[in-house]
Design a binder for this molecule. Structure first.
Ligand code: F6R
Length: 248
């Protein structure tokens, strides 16, 4: 497996941002669009900060970039500051030159009757662009990737999912109380993720050391969705020294 060990979170974030920038520039040089799968949460914040810096100071352009976010709570209003739509505009899209029509984030204001068709369309749209050139991933403390919680199938695609108790508790502080944390989400699937040409899984900090150790070493199982990545050679794990602490 491809492991990139960085001294600290700052170095890991800059490394990941530069990997993303390289793909954008390579595709630009080839006169093509770069299709990126993006994540939210604490982990990518510094990565997006570095991408914004590259845009402002080193003229990195996002005009050829198409994005698909991994997931969004269901239901949530896009204006709610806990929504991933708000997060992405705040940390990245509002500060770069990406065309608004190139941004895709699951919209979860559709009704329960509409949601299946909505998810199928989201999946089809990713595939209509020829799939993802790069998928950026964090990892949940229960091993989820996107909101593919334990029990998710290897062949799952974009769908409505139930959030795991630990995932909801990890979101409690930002929502103010556990009751305010949505119970469901729309998430792209394990299959959607694993079809990406390149996957960067970034884990930072001691709170991720145990799950990183398990994700890399346990046998592949639905109980730990990130373990499915062991099968795929295009995955690069970018870890800071705290997250890598338990790796033999
Ligand atoms: C978010 C996502 C989640 C997070 C994971 C880690 O879009 O897909 O899988 O990557 O929950 O979150 P943080 O980075 O907050 O530890």
């Amino acid at each position: 497996k491809s492991l990139t060990l960085c001294a600290d979170a700052e170095q890991a974030s800059v490394y990941a941002a530069h990997k993303i920038a390289d793909i954008i520039k390579d595709r630009q040089n080839a006169g093509k669009q770069a299709v990126l799968g993006l994540a939210t949460g604490i982990t990518p914040i510094s990565i997006y900060k570095e991408l914004v810096r590259l845009h402002k100071n080193e003229s990195l352009s996002f005009q050829n970039v198409i994005t698909f976010n991994l997931d969004e709570y269901y239901p949530i209003c896009p204006n709610n500051d806990q929504s991933y739509t708000y997060f992405m505009h705040n940390y990245l899209f509002g500060q770069i030159d990406i065309a608004p029509q190139n941004i895709h984030i699951p919209h979860t204001d559709c009704s329960l009757e509409e949601v299946d068709d909505y998810c199928k369309d989201y999946e089809a749209k990713i595939r209509s662009y020829g799939g993802l050139d790069l998928q950026l991933l964090g990892i949940g403390r229960n091993g989820h990737i996107g909101f593919n919680e334990p029990g998710s199938r290897f062949d799952s695609i974009t769908r409505l999912v139930e959030l795991h108790e630990l995932t909801r508790r990890d979101a409690e502080t930002s929502f103010g109380s556990l009751d305010n944390v949505p119970r469901q989400a729309i998430s792209v699937g394990i299959d959607t993720i694993c079809q990406a040409k390149k996957i960067l899984l970034v884990a930072l900090g001691a709170r991720k050391s145990e799950i990183i150790h398990k994700a890399l070493n346990t046998s592949i199982s639905e109980d730990l969705p990130a373990s499915f990545l062991q099968n795929f050679p295009q995955v690069e794990y970018v870890l800071d020294s705290d997250a890598a602490a338990l790796i033999e």
